[in-house]
Design a protein around this ligand. Structure first.
Ligand code: SF4
Length: 241
């Protein structure tokens, strides 16, 4: 039986999808976002737990009534790095009547037939995707995340074509993702997508800083200011949300 490499589990999540969520943090992420507040999830070999889908769900179903208006959320790290395990987890959750939500950057999306088949199977058991859009400019995306922007944007279009409900998240980082042209271009891109339930503009924060210190990694955004409400309002205005 396959096991998922899990970083941690939070049993009372309130910001990772609708209602109260059982939040599973997957270990492993191919991106290296400068603002990442979970650098301890990057290396897949450093998983704290290896659990089967049944073992994960068993922990959740102990308190099932608690999640009546919520459900399960897979986040990380990047859950799509373990798409087979994720699909099994969501398939079993759906059979138990549990709402499923995937929090992802879409970085592993590819349109070859074999990969697409896996994504299609997953999306059949996925009620909601919380999709992070990192940057609208190709070189800005590379500089911010270490990866090309092709897969995340193709995944957004694919979700739109399939009619999968989406919530978009965009992290506002002064000097990196708050340029007027980038925000306008984000608004234009979002206007081409269907099935967007919500757009969240999240202020960059420094809560992950101590994790970088603990891991001995220099903090990449040292000296970058934390956005205030007025910055968020300006961004929303330019994006048109
Ligand atoms: S995609 Fe998420 S987990 Fe991965 S580096 Fe970026 S912020 Fe961190």
């Amino acid at each position: 039986m396959q096991k998922g490499k899990i970083h941690s589990i939070e049993s009372f999540g309130t910001v990772d999808g609708p209602g109260v969520r059982f939040v599973v943090f997957f270990q492993g992420c191919p991106m290296r976002c400068l603002y990442c507040h979970n650098p301890d999830t990057w290396e897949i070999s450093q998983a704290k737990y290896e659990l089967t889908a049944d073992e994960v769900l068993e922990r959740m179903t102990r308190n099932l009534p608690f999640y009546k208006t919520g459900g399960i959320t897979a986040t990380g790290g990047e859950p799509l790095m373990q798409i087979d395990f994720l699909t099994e987890l969501f398939t079993k959750a759906k059979s138990a009547g549990i709402h499923t939500c995937l929090d992802t950057s879409g970085i592993t999306f590819r349109s070859d037939a074999a990969t697409l088949a896996k994504f299609n199977t997953l999306l059949e058991v996925c009620d909601l995707v919380m999709l992070d859009i990192k940057h609208m400019d190709a070189s800005g995306h590379k500089a911010l995340t270490s990866k090309e922007d092709t897969a995340p944007k193709a995944f957004a279009r694919y979700l739109s074509e399939r009619g999968v409900p989406m919530r978009i998240r965009y992290v506002l980082v002064p000097g990196y993702t708050d340029g007027e042209d980038d925000l306008k271009s984000l608004g234009e891109f979002l206007s081409t997508l269907d099935n967007i339930e919500q757009v969240e503009i999240l202020p960059y924060h420094e809560l992950g800083k101590t994790k970088y210190e603990a891991l001995g990694i220099p903090y990449p955004l040292e000296g970058v200011r934390v956005p205030v409400g007025a910055d968020i309002d300006r961004a929303k205005r330019i994006i048109g949300v």
